[in-house]
Design a protein around this ligand. Structure first.
Ligand SMILES: [Zn+2]
Length: 305
């Protein structure tokens, strides 16, 4: 019930972040509500490990700028997630524990959740990590080795006014602190190039270089990779194995029950969507048929057919 109330509250903020949804009509609101209720009704009692793919977690005032570049939650929204995950008895595990469960065949014994973050922005360290620690959980951060410690000035237009902000990425100190405090790091490629657009030597170079650089920075092994833009093909899968990764992640809805040679380079992660505290995200964790996605895709097709 709390979720529904919070959902309604958050919906206007979530819609604000989505210019495509500004003309929210009564029918639109009705369908969104239908999608959410249907998602609850079909909620699946999944078993195994559900990997969640977060991007940025920022103070509410930073949401409008960064949501134009990536998927963003507010710090308050993320705090609600962690509370909701605990209240619903999902078991949060570290990446190492998740992989151990999947290899040993023990994963179907419960509903395990593994928190992962992409792109390595500084808000992961400043906004998300303190809450993860406070909850007694761990998290895994997929980082681009080329932008460690970098920051970029960004501008965007909002209601005819140009606004600016700084997009900052975790530095070596932040990465080492995360590892020291019980988190873990994986590779998201060297400079976030879409690997499917490269020749085979360059694909391998991205995978090897990011692994080497991140191992040098953190002093520990880098065994996981998340494909930039979640794009991969046969050549990318081959190179990921050659580069020595143990597992790699794509983005799609799903739960992993076991890990084997057939799926270790295409493990699904469930993408957490933008919105201060977007109610769709609870459906993503809960499982079941994703009516919200079905609805928004159908709407998109109608618009751009
Ligand atoms: Zn990314």
């Amino acid at each position: 019930m709390n979720v529904t109330l919070r959902g309604k509250q958050a919906m206007s903020t979530a819609l604000d972040a989505d210019s495509d949804a500004r003309e929210a009509s009564l029918a639109h609101t009705f369908w969104l509500s239908f999608a959410r209720v249907s998602g609850m009704v079909t909620a699946s009692r999944w078993r195994g490990v559900r990997f969640l793919c977060y991007h940025s977690v920022v103070p509410v005032e930073d949401l409008p700028g960064l949501s134009r570049r990536t998927l963003v939650l507010t710090v308050g929204g993320f705090r609600n997630h962690l509370e909701w995950i605990r209240r619903n008895h999902y078991v949060v595990v570290s990446m190492a524990e998740a992989l151990r469960l999947l290899r040993s065949g023990d994963a179907p014994r419960a509903q395990f959740v593994c928190l992962t973050f992409d792109d390595g922005r500084m808000d992961n360290f400043a906004g998300a990590w303190p809450l993860v620690k406070q909850a007694g959980y761990s998290a895994h951060f997929f980082v681009n080795s080329a932008v460690v410690g970098q920051s970029f000035a960004r501008r965007f237009e909002a209601r005819g006014v140009t606004r600016s902000y700084t997009e900052q990425f975790m530095d070596a100190v932040a990465l080492r602190t995360v590892v020291h405090e019980g988190g873990s790091i994986g590779s998201h490629g060297h400079d976030h190039t879409d690997l499917t657009k490269l020749g085979e030597p360059e694909i391998l170079q991205q995978l090897v270089e990011s692994r080497r650089a991140l191992e040098a920075l953190t002093g520990g092994p880098i065994e996981t990779h998340a494909y930039p833009y979640a794009h991969y093909d046969r050549r990318v899968l081959r190179a990921t194995e050659t580069a020595g990764y143990a597992v790699a992640f794509k983005v799609s809805t799903g739960t992993v029950r076991a890990i084997g040679s057939h799926n270790r380079f295409t493990l699904p992660r469930n993408a957490i969507r933008t919105g201060a505290d977007n109610p769709d995200n609870y459906a993503i964790i809960r499982g079941g048929f994703d009516f919200s996605r079905f609805y928004s895709e159908a709407r998109y097709r109608l618009r751009f057919r």
